[in-house]
Write a protein that binds this ligand. Structure first.
Ligand code: PLP
Length: 458
């Protein structure tokens, strides 16, 4: 069917009613939550754009698959089905299921990183870097400089800077680099893809020095769609073909199935090295569950099989990313400062530009996320100074270049009219932005503080 719009390739079969709240109720709720949107009750939220993690709507086929759960402790047939499905779509030889993405990050980090090792990556992700640090490694950012500039419109801002990589290898030697941590569709940069050309260059460099590339495949299907849309030579390839080609230039992956794969829970670790696989299976039984379920129920694995197949359908990605672009363009037209180009899974507001009068140590993005909630009941997330945490050497806030509020779109959940409401409320807030003040942190947990920190209004 020829179509120019991003209209959904599905119709709605079941709905979930939402509670409507007043502004007074929302002011009380966010205060109670310490101005941290993670601590709000979801009941008090109208449109939930906190995250696209585990929040997707499953299809009727996925719900039907749930009924096929084989809940045997060992050797469930859903596991073998999952194994085959992952091999078919991602192409890796060996697979270990995990309860979610960080379970696989834990296994990979503990098995491959030694104290004093350097782990290069194309911008950090919160849980990924923490696991690398807990294993004794030091994360070094090797993403291209364009990624740190919210207004740069380069189409592949997730690319690795090959020169930075070469310099790192020269400085530390390949032996100190257990692997390159390569994230698809870099979340913290605004959902920005790498190009196949860049990956091939990285692959050539890493092969020469025998450094494995471990893919964070969490949003690799979305990255594949961007390659199809933007990279010469890939216009005629399917998303499914591009995904497999990407994986073929890497040595393994960690995966949170809660994103691309359209399920509410799950993940996996995959690799091509048999020895690493055996060790990963063994770690799995200590921390996740038996190596044939890794923390997932049989029915979860079956729904994941269907989810992977649906995720690589071109029309699904066109609608999924089309909706994000629809919201982003609406905000751009109204002059709202957002990260360019618009990413796959979210629209990111540039809080430094939105609230230039709030110092970064007064957490402008955290404050803006709280205000958006008060304005309209829309829940968003901070991705700035709070998420970045403290530098382990100096103990000071990292004050990252990007200070963002993420409006993350769950897959297949909200309508175009919902997007209009979101845009209207952000625009109204922008008009009275001068009245918004910063925050003071009054409770700070040791790890991943953004999840549980509490604040007071300044
Ligand atoms: C969500 C996410 C993870 C962690 O996965 P969980 O399932 O939340 O544990 C890792 N990397 C990226 C890029 C993610 O978005």
């Amino acid at each position: 069917m020829a179509k120019k719009s991003w209209a959904e390739p599905y119709k709605i079969k079941m709905v979930e009613l939402l509670k409507m709240t007043t502004k007074e109720e929302r002011i009380a709720a966010i205060k109670e939550a310490g101005y941290n949107t993670f601590l709000l009750k979801s009941e008090d939220v109208y449109i939930d754009l906190l995250t696209d993690s585990g929040t997707s709507a499953m299809s009727d086929q996925q719900w039907a698959a749930m009924m096929l759960g084989d809940e045997a402790y060992a050797g469930s047939k859903n596991f073998y089905n999952l194994y085959d499905t992952i091999q078919e779509h991602y192409g890796y030889k060996y697979i270990v299921p995990t309860h979610q993405g960080r379970g696989s990050e834990h296994i990979l980090s503990q098995l491959t990183i030694k104290k004093g090792d350097i782990v290069p990556g194309n911008m950090y992700f919160t849980t990924t870097r923490l696991h690398q640090e807990l294993a004794g490694g030091e994360f070094v950012d090797v993403i291209i400089d364009e990624a740190h500039d919210s207004q740069n419109e380069f189409p592949f801002k997730g690319n690795v800077d090959i020169k930075k990589m070469e310099k790192l290898i020269k400085e530390y030697g390949a032996k100190k680099i257990p692997y390159v941590s390569l994230e698809a569709n870099v979340n913290m940069a605004g959902g920005q893809p790498f190009s196949m050309e860049n990956l091939k260059e990285l692959h050539a460099l890493c092969s020469k020095h025998k450094i494995p590339i471990m893919l964070d495949a969490t949003r690799c299907v979305e990255n594949s769609y961007f390659i199809q849309q933007r990279e010469k030579g890939y216009e005629k390839k399917t998303v499914k073909q591009i995904l497999k080609e990407i994986c073929s230039y890497t040595d393994g992956c960690t995966m949170s199935a809660k994103k691309d794969s359209l399920v509410n829970i799950g993940g996996f670790f995959a690799c091509n090295d048999e020895e690493l696989y055996k060790k990963a299976q063994n770690m799995c039984v200590v921390y996740e569950g038996l190596h044939t379920y890794g923390g997932m129920a049989g029915r979860d694995m079956e729904a994941l099989c269907v989810g992977i197949r649906e995720s690589v359908m071109d029309e699904h990605q066109q609608a999924r990313i089309g909706q994000t672009i629809y919201l982003g363009e609406k905000l751009m037209k109204a002059g709202i400062p957002i990260v360019q180009p618009i990413g796959s899974h979210a629209v990111f507001l540039d809080a430094k530009k939105f609230l230039p009068h709030v110092d970064q140590d007064e957490y402008p993005a955290q404050s803006l996320a709280a205000e958006i909630y008060i304005e309209s009941g829309v829940r968003t997330m901070e991705r700035g100074n709070v998420s970045a945490g403290r530098d382990p050497h100096t103990g000071k806030n990292r004050r990252p270049k990007l200070e963002l509020v993420r409006l993350t779109l769950p897959r297949r959940v909200y309508t175009q009219a919902h997007m209009d409401v979101v845009a209207e409320s952000v625009i109204e807030l922008f008009e009275r932005r001068n009245s918004i003040t910063g925050l003071k942190m009054i409770y700070e947990p040791e790890y991943l503080r953004f999840f549980q920190a509490k604040f007071n209004k300044l």
